[in-house]
Design a protein around this ligand. Structure first.
Ligand code: ATP
Ligand code: MG
Length: 559
């Protein structure tokens, strides 16, 4: 069955290949993919593209998608990353059922495959050190030279390889190499290393059972084959490795030879998606951690208030091709904005409070207003908002000397309080330094929620009761980098030189509606006129709730 008949996922060149394979009854019409992260960091938005592609295909073609940890590099990997990756894939609402695998599950099988290569005279133990190997490898324009150890006998190789496994040799003193072609125009085929010695590392899955570890290229194709993967989807940097992928599988006795297909990586403006660089941002303290809401990690986006649906929508919109691409941040933001516009309950929050006294509102009086949670969705209900004599409005909604077209509050002018009354500013109270500290206003009782006939008030501002609101910390995020291509800017500077010093603005004097007392971490709201905000998992240093701005109401990237 063609996937497009059953899902809303747009088709792409990979799905076309699969459609053709199914028509030709290749792999008996089966489709099996995998997502193969290395547990050496948290997943980022680029991985989301790969997850949606692989798991999406598994699902839409009634096939399977495995989660497989590519864990051949134990000194950089750990269990924290394993757990975080599982959580993120689950959060994106993809399911590997009982198909959670580790490349390390196959270490014994891989060892036996390596022995098979040696027996076929297609691998040898080499005593050159790393520098010599590099030296012998040649360049793009010059062929490499054969290692002096290339012609060891099968017996000698089998003996040495076994002794490598048994721990007789030091790190770096020997490697096992595939015997392919030192003159190949493709450098990946110039006798690549397939096993190296690593003593003293404790692998998060296999502990200290092994002191030799297989290399990625050798491990990956065989893990795919062992799992019966039909389509092995990876990013374009592996295109030059495909001949090696195929060489291993053609050289060994295997039942399954998956087809490797490459697609282009996701690059997102104003951020980086290299795990090495993200690790540096965390380790050097440029951000709070892997889930800092400025990070392009799934955990960071989640903490920022992104929904998994918005990220899947984003992956659908950007599509899958072979062309290099740089996606505008505005595309990601419009996905979450559309989602939250439809689904986030409305609330009021005052970010820069200015006290307002309604002089003609009786002292001690309180009114309970019931504004709707969503202007279009009645089913989302209402919540209580208290109106009283003392209120807060936002400092930016008042101007003593208004700029042109200013529709909000000015001395002697009128404005509507959202869901409430029309008020007029009668008196401006200032401190010794001349700063406005309070407004004395009067309210018009006849205007609650609606304008009486013939009455025109242009501005509507948000507000809160001064005594029935919650103090909160609000964090406003901006792009993490000042350059759209921090990774590869034309100025040739290091990406860290483009870190935006203003990527986080913390406001500690804010107020939010009392109804937010019940909000749970991760709940996201539209603070009217201010944007979308999500309750953070942690409270502030002085024990206030913290709201992270997920996204502004409008696209502020396009200037
Ligand atoms: P790094 O680039 O930092 O070395 P990686 O991309 O190799 O990390 P892996 O954990 O190996 O990280 O990635 C798992 C899978 O996700 C791979 O199949 C990889 O091709 C894919 N992937 C990684 N980054 C992106 C990206 N930016 N866009 C699309 N797919 C990606
Ligand atoms: Mg990788």
């Amino acid at each position: 069955m063609c996937a497009d008949e059953t899902s809303s996922t747009p088709s792409n060149f990979i799905r076309h290949i699969i459609d053709d394979d199914i028509k030709a009854n290749k792999n008996d019409g089966k489709v099996a993919t995998r997502f193969p992260p290395e547990p050496n960091g948290y997943l980022h938005i680029g991985h989301a593209k790969s997850i949606c592609l692989n798991f999406g295909i598994g699902k839409d073609y009634n096939g399977t998608c495995n989660l497989r940890f590519d864990d051949t590099n134990p000194h950089k990997e750990n269990l924290e990353f394993v757990e975080a990756i599982k959580e993120d894939v689950r959060w994106l609402e993809y399911d590997w059922d009982d198909r959670l695998f580790y490349a390390s599950d196959y270490f014994e099988a891989l060892y036996q495959f390596a022995v098979q290569l040696v027996e076929k005279q297609l691998a040898y133990v080499c005593d050159l050190n790393a520098e010599q190997i590099r030296d012998y490898r040649g360049t793009l324009t010059e062929p490499g030279r054969d290692s002096p150890y290339r012609n060891r006998t099968v017996e000698e190789n089998l003996d040495l390889f076994k002794r490598m496994r048994d721990g007789e040799f030091e790190d770096g003193s020997k490697v096992l190499r595939a015997k392919i072609d030192m003159a190949s125009p493709n450098i990946n085929l110039r006798d690549p290393t397939i096993y190296r010695i690593r003593h003293g590392v404790i692998h998060h899955q296999t502990g200290e059972s092994w002191c030799i570890y297989p290399m990625y290229d050798f491990t990956h194709c065989l893990s795919d084959s062992i799992e019966g993967i039909t389509h092995s989807l990876c990013t374009l940097e592996f295109e030059d490795h495909r001949p090696l992928y195929d060489w291993f599988l053609d050289s060994l006795d295997v039942d399954c030879h998956p087809q490797q297909i490459e697609f282009s990586r996701l690059n997102l403006e104003y951020t980086v998606t290299s795990k090495r660089k993200l690790t540096e941002l965390v380790e050097q303290g440029h951000v709070e951690g892997w889930d800092d809401p400025r990070m392009p990690t799934i955990a960071g986006l989640r903490r920022r208030g992104f929904t998994s649906a918005s990220i899947r929508d984003f992956c659908n919109r950007i599509g899958v091709t072979k062309a290099d691409n740089l996606v505008e941040m505005g595309v990601l933001e419009s996905c979450i904005r559309e989602d939250l516009n439809d689904n986030a309950p409305r609330r009021m929050a005052v970010l820069h409070p200015l006290k307002v006294i309604l002089s003609n509102y009786p002292e001690g009086k309180q009114e309970e207003l019931q504004p709707a949670n969503h202007p279009q969705h009645e089913a989302m209900g209402t919540r209580k908002v208290i109106m009283e004599r003392e209120l807060y409005i936002d400092r930016n909604d008042f101007a003593e000397i208004p700029p042109k077209k200013f529709k909000r509050l000015i001395p002697g002018g009128e404005v509507r309080l959202r869901n409430g009354y029309v008020i007029r500013c009668d008196e401006v109270i200032k401190d010794d330094k001349g700063e406005v500290i309070e407004l004395h206003c009067s309210y018009d009782e006849a205007t609650l929620g609606a304008n009486p006939e013939g009455r025109k008030v242009k501005g509507v501002i948000h507000w809160l009761s001064a005594n029935h609101s919650i103090k909160a910390e609000i964090r406003l995020y901006d792009r993490l980098f000042t350059h759209p291509l921090p990774d590869a800017s034309k100025e040739g500077k290091d990406y860290s030189e483009y870190l935006n010093p203003e990527s986080l603005l913390t406001l500690t004097q804010c107020y939010v509606e009392a109804s937010l007392v019940d909000a749970q971490p991760g709940d996201t709201f539209q603070f009217e006129r201010e944007g979308y905000f999500s309750l953070d998992k942690a409270r502030s240093a002085n024990d206030m709730p913290v709201f992270n701005r997920t996204v502004t109401l409008r696209d502020t990237w396009k200037k």
